[in-house]
Design a protein around this ligand. Structure first.
Ligand code: TMO
Length: 314
């Protein structure tokens, strides 16, 4: 018994020390979040490698892609380099308004995230890309378990949260099925294309998939900021989300408000950083089409864009 108590207290001391030293180690380390889509994962390592080149230490932390904004304001995460307006604009703006975040820049990349179909679907549903044509055609998107409703394959639940509200607000005969991962969306898309079936999925641009399959975004009523804040706006006078996502959305980079003070070298670098649409496309493509691991894909982007980033680290 005595032995066990001695062992336990030794363990406690060792464990206690290791917790303390882990926290101490983290001071001075730039904490970069990783999420669940390819360009972000590859870009996080690109940003991390560049930060190392200017003398920073980095650590990657897997995080929910909505919760990350409050985590950044609280200092649990130091930066977010891919803030997509469609999926994350609301969470980002809310956390920023609460204080603790410094916006660094808007990338050159222009973004869009919304319902999307591969080319062959246009022949199955005359009138596309208009959303009313899609709705008229809903029966073709039905599945055994959808009760006669068309099925829209949405992204993982931490991305866009409002597809079900959109369906409801627009009175569409559709239901949302959330894929568990980006790869699960592409698997649905591959199967739909292979079988020539009606398929409509969540997709975004820039992304690698447009190079694999030509296709189009569904055109919902044009986005307006009031659509998500004022129920009386739009074709449904009693509901929010009766519109599409922004067709020319931003991609921003922001940091914790103390980043400038805590990481002056990294701050100087981030101020100059800027990803274009093709940069984001390629980061996804190296992984999802070429099959490279995240680190190898990041290295490939760095190898092929030295003239671009060498100015950032000067
Ligand atoms: C957040 N995403 C780029 C997957 O739409």
């Amino acid at each position: 018994m005595k032995k066990i108590i001695t062992l336990l207290s030794t363990l406690l001391v060792v464990f206690g020390f290791s917790i303390k030293s882990a926290i101490a180690d983290k001071s001075g380390v730039v904490k970069i979040p990783t999420h669940n889509w390819s360009s972000q994962l590859v870009g996080a390592e690109v940003v991390g490698e560049l930060l190392k080149m200017v003398g920073e230490k980095v650590e990657y932390i897997n995080m929910d892609s909505q919760a990350v904004y409050q985590a950044m304001a609280d200092g649990d995460i130091d930066l977010v380099h891919e803030i997509w307006e469609g999926a994350f604009g609301a969470s980002y703006e809310k956390a920023k308004a609460g204080g603790g975040i410094e916006e660094i820049l808007t990338h050159d990349a222009v973004t869009r995230e919304d319902w999307w179909y591969p080319e062959h679907v246009e022949k199955l549903c005359p009138g596309l890309p208009d959303w009313k044509a899609l709705d008229k055609c809903s029966a073709k998107f039905a599945r055994a378990d959808s009760g006669g409703k068309g099925v829209f394959i949405g992204g993982p639940v931490d991305w866009l949260k409002h597809d079900a509200e959109k369906v409801e607000a627009l009175g569409m005969n559709f239901m949302v099925k959330n894929a568990g991962s980006a790869d699960a969306i592409w698997a649905e898309l591959d199967a739909g294309v292979a079988q020539g079936k009606a398929v409509v999925v969540f997709n975004w641009s820039p992304n690698f998939i447009g190079a694999k399959y030509p296709g189009k975004f569904v055109e919902f009523p044009k986005h307006d900021p009031k659509c998500t804040s004022d129920p009386s706006w739009g074709i449904n006078k009693n509901a929010l989300y009766d519109c599409g996502n922004p067709a020319s959305g931003y991609l921003k980079l922001a940091v914790n408000a103390d980043f400038k003070k805590n990481h002056p070298k990294g701050y100087k670098l981030l101020k100059k950083m800027n990803f274009s649409g093709p940069d984001i496309d390629k980061m996804a493509n190296y992984k999802d089409t070429d099959g490279l691991e995240v680190s190898a894909a990041a290295q490939k982007w760095l190898d092929e864009h030295k003239s671009k980033w060498s100015n950032w680290i000067k």
